[in-house]
Design a protein around this ligand. Structure first.
Ligand SMILES: Nc1ncnc2c1ncn2[C@@H]1O[C@H](COP(=O)(O)OP(=O)(O)OP(=O)(O)O)[C@@H](O)[C@H]1O
Length: 437
């Protein structure tokens, strides 16, 4: 288990992480979500002993990383897939990491099979595609057969097949009882990968909850109602009638109305009673990406200066409800879809679920040891199981296509921040203590 308590990191006058407390438990994929610059990588570096906290502490299995006995065998991480010596063959790169950590050479071939890079094992990594580089970084993380794994944005730049492969790998590692902590800024990806979510914004904890709770708290039902385009007065009439009946009405970009707080049959009756013809009346669920953006909208450091949000600037039709204000957040005159619990917690924290973890798991709890990738025959195709023993990770699970990457949040430009440029990530695999900065 990974446990952070009051973790704070300052770089000069920039506070990258502030008073962060959370636990990452074994047997689950824990998604670490936050907008760009929210402190995810800084937190991961502190977990791995590559950066010292300004205050607070973070431990793995009760030890700070640097005091962890035989750390490379217990913790594996992918921080930056590009942090490899490009002139070295993939196998040699892994071999050198293995030798530094006293890991036998045969394990190198095992992990090459696990990530499906066996056929290119003797090729220099500088010719690798982004996806192959990610696989090589993941192979390095798996070398020590560790119980604790950290992946910083492992699907960045991957194609749908690669995303699906990483997703299934995370899940199978967790199903073996390992602790899997994976950062991302894509809610849509975490929704289908993670069991648990830790969300941060500007270095502070915004939410710590199971994905199930996040979904039930944030997937509000709403109805889309569309009146004939040719008769705008009907739209206004219906909007007023729905509002009068206790509904919350907001305009959609395409001229339809988004209605919450009224069941579909009631909306139909109100339209009928108001003599308004409908071209559409359909049930919908707010997307998790929207809920996540709502949660983090006040904690986004970097915004596009390109005006991409005209659709959100529509005038409210007569009778329409203004957006729910999110205390201390959001931009005046702008709005995201309303939170599902009107008048309640803007982030819809489920009952009895604290913002910060409240149930410490027993210290030193050991996850059950699962079977690990058995050697794969040298002729095995990349990503395919070997001809000998089955390869649990290289196999494609029969699932649907990966979800497309979400649109960047449409937000007005924020005032420039004085944040210094982010330095490049550590230049070597974090499993080698020698590389610690
Ligand atoms: N070594 C450093 N010196 C100064 N500032 C830093 C340093 N490392 C990080 N920061 C700053 O701390 C903040 C958090 O950065 P961090 O890289 O941890 O965010 P992140 O959530 O991983 O972002 P991204 O999703 O863009 O990778 C940023 O404002 C960044 O510029």
């Amino acid at each position: 288990m990974i446990e952070a308590v009051g973790l704070t990191k300052r770089y000069g006058d920039k506070t990258a992480v502030y008073n962060l407390s959370f636990q990452v438990r074994p047997g689950a994929v824990t998604g670490f979500l936050g907008p760009n610059g929210s402190g995810k990588s800084t937190t991961m570096r502190m977990i791995l002993g590559l950066d010292n906290p300004t205050s607070g502490q973070v431990t793995i299995g009760g030890y700070p990383y640097r005091k962890l006995p035989n750390a490379p065998r217990q913790v594996g991480a992918l921080l930056d897939a590009k942090a490899v010596h490009g002139g070295r063959a993939a196998r040699n790169h892994l071999l050198s990491l293995a030798q530094l950590s006293g890991i036998p050479a045969r394990r190198v071939d095992e992990v090459l099979g696990v990530v499906g890079l066996h056929e290119v094992a003797r090729k220099r990594s500088k010719g690798f595609s982004l996806g192959m580089g990610q696989r090589l970084g993941i192979a390095a993380a798996l070398l020590g057969d560790p119980q604790v794994l950290l992946f910083d944005e492992p699907v960045n730049g991957l194609d749908p097949e690669g995303i699906l492969w990483v997703r299934n790998l995370m899940k199978s590692l967790a199903s073996e009882g390992r602790t899997v902590f994976v950062s991302s800024h894509l809610m849509s990806e975490m929704a289908v990968t993670a069991d648990h979510l830790i969300v941060i914004g500007r270095g502070q904890l915004l939410a710590d909850m199971s994905i199930k709770d996040f979904i039930s708290a944030n997937s509000a039902d709403f109805a889309r109602v569309r009146t004939p385009d040719t008769e705008p007065q009907l739209r206004e009439k219906l909007s007023a009638a729905l509002t009068e009946s206790g509904g919350h009405v907001m305009p959609e970009q395409d001229g339809a109305l988004r209605v919450t707080g009224l069941p579909l049959p009631r909306i139909s009756d109100i339209a009928h009673d108001s003599d308004v013809r409908l071209w559409e009346l359909s049930p919908h669920q707010a997307s998790l990406e929207e809920a996540y953006m709502r949660m983090t909208q006040g904690a986004v450091d970097y915004r596009s200066t390109v005006d991409q949000k005209e659709g959100l600037m529509q005038q409210l039709p007569p009778g329409a409800q203004p957006p729910m204000p999110v205390p201390g957040q959001g931009q005046p005159g702008w709005y995201a879809p309303p939170p599902p619990q009107q008048g309640g917690q803007p982030f819809g924290m489920p009952q009895g679920q604290p913002m910060a973890p409240g149930q410490p798991a027993p210290q030193g709890q050991q996850a059950p040891q699962g079977p690990y990738g058995a050697p794969v025959s040298p002729g095995a195709a990349p990503g395919a199981p070997g001809a000998g023993a089955p390869n649990p990770y290289a196999q494609q699970a029969p699932q649907g296509p990966a979800q497309p990457a979400a649109q960047a949040p449409a937000q007005p430009p924020a005032p420039p921040t004085a944040a210094p440029e982010k330095p490049s990530a550590p230049a070597a695999a974090p499993t080698t203590p020698e590389d610690a900065r």
